[in-house]
Design a protein around this ligand. Structure first.
Ligand SMILES: [Zn+2]
Length: 315
């Protein structure tokens, strides 16, 4: 089993590539250091608002996060996140704002992670996913879960502190599992969610519940959604998934039964595909190739043995 890594594929995996940023968590409480970093001329700042940032196309065909020196940034002292420093010593901050700044040039445009995650460099995608995850958490945790009073931002965006009871709240991450199930004939189980368009099939997925292991969660979700029992479960890779606060844990799972019985609530339809079945279904247009930042497509590729066709490649 090859494990997903930056080197094993010919294009970046959405949100999983290493950003090259050192988060430098030990500086988050050091206001003097943070002030000096903020004021440094090489420091770069971008605004995050409602899960979106500004991105721009470069003349040489890349797409970048739009960043400015700190002195040009719309300063919001209370909603400033320190994201880390790169190997050249450049520090990066994100500002949480209620709206994105005016576009600096014609081609700059707002984008969420599902779009930008496919276009940005690993560094920029890593900065963006960090900022979006913090923003989601900051916006949803303005009140203390212990006493109900207001909390304030601390630790350069990585803590919220209750001024009434002193509780410190840390960003939460909710584990979710995503798995490609194969049977003894090495066919893959793909499902179509109720709200997906006709022909779109992908891996099954679901949230880890309190009090269960991730292996139990894989087996429970597969049985709940498709009625298939699962034995051996092998971890492949994880992916930040801040929609709003998940960590997606990717697995290959081996079925111990083959009869499908979909729940009809989350999964409308599920089918076993051989590689030949799937190739034919892509070619006929019966099945749409999964595409996007999710590691679902990479799990399927691991089994399929070659890159999946992109949506434009099939008629
Ligand atoms: Zn409190």
């Amino acid at each position: 089993m090859s494990i997903i890594s930056n080197d094993s594929v010919d294009r970046p995996i959405g949100l999983t590539a290493h950003s090259g940023i050192d988060r430098m968590a030990h500086h988050r409480l050091d206001e003097a250091w943070l002030s000096a970093a903020w004021s440094h001329p090489t420091t770069r700042v971008f605004v995050v608002s409602g899960g979106q940032v500004l991105i721009d196309d470069t003349p040489d065909g890349r797409t970048e996060l739009v960043m400015t020196p700190a002195f040009e940034a719309p300063v919001t002292e209370t909603h400033r996140y320190f994201l880390g420093t790169d190997t050249d010593g450049v520090s990066y901050f994100a500002l949480q704002k209620d709206s994105l700044p005016g576009r600096m040039d014609q081609s700059a445009r707002p984008a969420g992670l599902r779009e930008a995650g496919l276009l940005l460099s690993p560094r920029d995608a890593g900065l963006m996913v960090h900022a979006v995850a913090l923003e989601n958490w900051q916006r949803l945790h303005r009140f203390c879960s212990r006493c109900g009073e207001r909390t304030v931002i601390a630790a350069a965006g990585h803590v919220r502190r209750c001024q009434a009871c002193g509780a410190e709240h840390y960003p939460r991450t909710d584990p979710a599992v995503i798995m490609l199930v194969t049977d003894e004939e090495d066919r893959a189980l793909l499902g179509r969610q109720v709200h997906w368009p006709e022909g779109r099939f992908s891996t099954l997925a679901g949230f880890v519940e309190p009090g269960e292991s991730i292996e139990q969660s894989v087996a429970r979700e597969v049985f709940e959604e498709a009625g298939v029992t699962v034995g051996e479960v092998e971890y492949v890779a994880s992916q930040p998934w801040p929609f709003p606060s998940s960590l997606m844990l990717g697995f290959m799972a081996r079925a111990t039964s083959s009869e499908i019985n979909v729940d009809g609530e989350e999964i409308h339809e599920a089918r076993w595909f051989s590689r030949e079945d799937l190739t034919a279904a892509f070619e006929s247009g019966e099945v749409l190739p999964p595409y996007g930042i999710s590691i679902a497509s990479r799990l399927i590729e691991l089994w399929y043995g070659k890159p999946l066709p992109k949506p434009g490649d099939v008629t």
